[in-house]
Write a protein that binds this ligand. Structure first.
Ligand code: GAL
Length: 420
């Protein structure tokens, strides 16, 4: 057999091999995440497809459960068993905790080759590093303090889009009187605390928010304004569906999309559900800053932290995932589906809808002053231990319509103290 024939035979043999066998030889990257709603699954599929196109195998470790508490439990169990995935969605200060355990791998070579220092906002780049080295790659910037509105429902009820908390209650009364659920909500701790943090941002302002959730300042946590936050939370609860316990956020989003409810207080991953339902931002639905938080931007950056692996081919797959995550094409398609802002600074925003364009403008405005604040409910502001303590107090309070706001404030402070 001459050289050309040998080559042809080799090529045809390769063609007979199933794609998965070739990919396995090229390495596998297992990814732990919690993007399981219809819209979010569509977003994560774009990442998977790109990694597969590059010849690697994607092993999906999706763990259902918004906010990621269930995924984090799975991750911890696997890490303890010495079997962590190649990549996992880990965010904010938690990246430091995993880094300090010595389990995360150094991504500096990928970062250097792909110019991450120039592409990422400095604040974001810092969060992705442990001990001065990149250990995680960001994929997006979500804004948490949004209110999602169905304008048809508002029209039918004669309600106006609210810009203050007082106006929010006026609109909620109109919606209620017209027979709609004013506020769609899922009674899960992270969703309760998403509403809670929006209220803190609205009532205490961005600096008060920072003192409460980043500095964990005792006088802020126990102050009169914090009592007002709990009072307002209790009042908001009376406009939510009584059957909300345990409901997933995307089911709540569907109630607004289907015209059963008028509003949802949720981060902009909610937009992934509107997009998946074929609805157009600014026409079929409206996104406005949560009343009283105009000028502030509670950020939530999704990022994939990478674990140390032994197999060289799997390391190649892991590096490919890290590289792909910041490529412009992926940043566009993923974020169009996910509802978030691209994390790259140099993107053409005309490819995004009205809500994401507004988010970009609001991000830049907030960045100029004190408005840019890390989301407590989405793991960006504190350790998971402190966050868990806050979740417990807020959800216990929210589930008891007779609970006393002044007592809740004291409980909040002591729970945080013992979790620190
Ligand atoms: C957040 C996460 C978002 C979205 C949301 C709902 O913590 O950052 O990407 O998945 O939870 O599950």
């Amino acid at each position: 057999m001459n050289a050309i024939n040998r080559l042809a035979a080799a090529i045809s043999l390769t063609c007979l091999l199933p794609l998965s066998a070739i990919a396995a030889e090229n390495g596998t990257v297992e990814v732990t995440h919690w993007w399981t709603s219809g819209g979010e699954a569509a977003a994560v599929k774009t990442l998977r497809e790109q990694v597969e196109k590059d010849g690697f195998t994607w092993k999906d470790n999706a763990v259902a459960g918004g906010g990621g508490a269930a995924a984090m439990t799975v991750l911890k169990t696997r890490a303890v068993a010495g079997n962590p995935p190649g990549a996992a969605q880990i965010k904010g200060p938690d990246i430091q905790e995993w880094g300090s355990l010595g389990l995360l791998t150094n991504l500096d070579d990928v970062a250097k080759a792909n110019n991450w220092d120039a592409l990422l906002p400095q604040k974001v780049a810092q969060i992705m590093q442990y001990d001065g080295h990149y250990v995680a790659v960001p994929v997006n910037i979500h804004r948490v303090n949004w209110l999602w509105i169905n304008p048809q429902v508002f029209d039918k009820a004669g309600a106006k889009v609210p810009t203050t908390l007082d106006e929010l209650f006026v609109a909620a009364d109109k919606l209620k009187a017209a027979g709609f659920i004013p506020l769609a909500h899922g009674g899960q701790p992270w969703q309760d605390s998403t509403v809670f943090e929006d209220l803190v941002l609205s009532i205490l302002g961005p600096l008060g928010y920072h003192k409460a959730f980043v500095e964990l300042d005792e006088s802020t946590l126990t102050g009169a304004k914090m009592v007002e936050v709990f009072k307002t939370l209790q009042r908001l609860g009376t406009y939510m569906d009584a059957n909300r316990a345990g409901r997933d956020w995307n089911i709540a989003a569907a109630e607004v999309i289907n015209g059963k409810a008028g509003m949802q207080i949720m981060g902009d991953w909610a937009k992934s559900e509107w997009t998946a339902a074929g609805k157009v931002a600014g026409k079929d639905y409206q996104c406005v800053a949560f009343p009283g938080t105009q000028g502030s931007f509670a950020y939530n950056i999704d990022s994939l932290a990478m674990f140390k692996l032994k197999n060289d081919n799997d390391i190649k797959a892991q590096n490919d995932l890290a590289k792909v995550a910041l490529e412009p094409q992926f940043q566009t398609v993923f974020n169009q589906n996910k509802g978030s802002l691209p994390v790259r600074q140099d993107m053409d925003m005309s490819q995004f809808d009205a809500c994401t364009q507004k988010s970009k403008v609001d991000f830049e405005d907030a960045e100029k002053g004190d408005g840019l604040q890390p989301s407590m409910a989405h793991n960006m502001a504190t350790t998971l231990a402190v966050q868990g303590a806050i979740f417990d107090v807020v959800t216990n309070f929210f589930n008891d319509p007779k609970a006393d706001p002044a007592t809740a404030v004291k409980q909040l402070n002591s729970a945080i103290k013992s979790a620190k």
